[in-house]
Design a protein around this ligand. Structure first.
Ligand code: URA
Length: 202
């Protein structure tokens, strides 16, 4: 049994939040245990809850096309969400749900040790770029402790809005160069305040 599958077993047992009672399947995440890039979305939707897999509905099909645009497929990356259970009626995740689920996400990151974490949408962005606004920082990266954090719009939002769609497609195309030049992305200064994050335009 791999460390990730052991973790999935533990996540399966988690009943910390009310929404766990109503889920059809928990959606821990999927992909390569040694993936260089980890994508973090928001929460499972209806399709994900049915299948127990992240990003398998329309937003997921768009994500697959975005990955293909940089010659990647979902087996070569890792895809997770901020929370692992579907919120009822696809409402936004609650702060308590995000907090309860955060240790699972942290363990996934510990196991995978990605070189790059790509945040998809506001909820994962809030964790890694606190205090920032997605319309301002999408397509920008910051490096912290040898991990590059890169913010993108959520594929579901981009599916329905043409201007966001062009932005997410363009942002995705920045990923290969960022990874290849990982060492050239300047290290963030160790300053405690999130407002003092250095963001580097690529
Ligand atoms: N939206 C997300 O944020 N995650 C999924 O897994 C599916 C849709």
């Amino acid at each position: 049994m791999t460390p990730l599958s052991e973790l999935y077993q533990q996540i399966e047992l988690c009943r910390q939040c009310e929404i766990a009672r109503f889920r059809n399947k928990v959606v821990p995440g999927e992909g390569a245990e040694d993936a260089a890039i980890m994508f973090i979305g928001e929460a499972p939707g209806w399709h994900e809850d049915q299948q127990g897999r992240p990003f398998v509905g329309p937003a997921g099909q768009f994500l697959d096309r975005l990955l293909a645009s940089i010659n990647l497929n979902r087996q070569q990356v890792y895809i997770a969400n901020v929370i692992k259970c579907r919120p009822s009626s696809n409402r936004d995740p609650l702060p308590t749900e995000i907090a309860n689920c955060h240790p699972w996400l942290e363990k996934q990151i510990e196991i995978i040790r990605p070189k790059m974490i790509v945040t998809l949408g506001r909820y994962s962005m809030a964790r890694y770029f606190p205090g920032k606004t997605i319309s301002k920082i999408h397509g920008t990266a910051v490096k912290r402790d040898d991990v590059i954090y890169f913010a993108m719009y959520h594929p579901a939002a981009a599916l329905h809005q043409q201007s966001l769609r062009a932005a997410i497609e363009a942002d995705m195309l920045k990923i290969p160069a960022l990874l290849a030049e990982a060492d050239r992305v300047a290290e963030e200064k160790h300053e405690p305040e999130p407002q003092q994050l250095n963001l580097f335009e690529v």
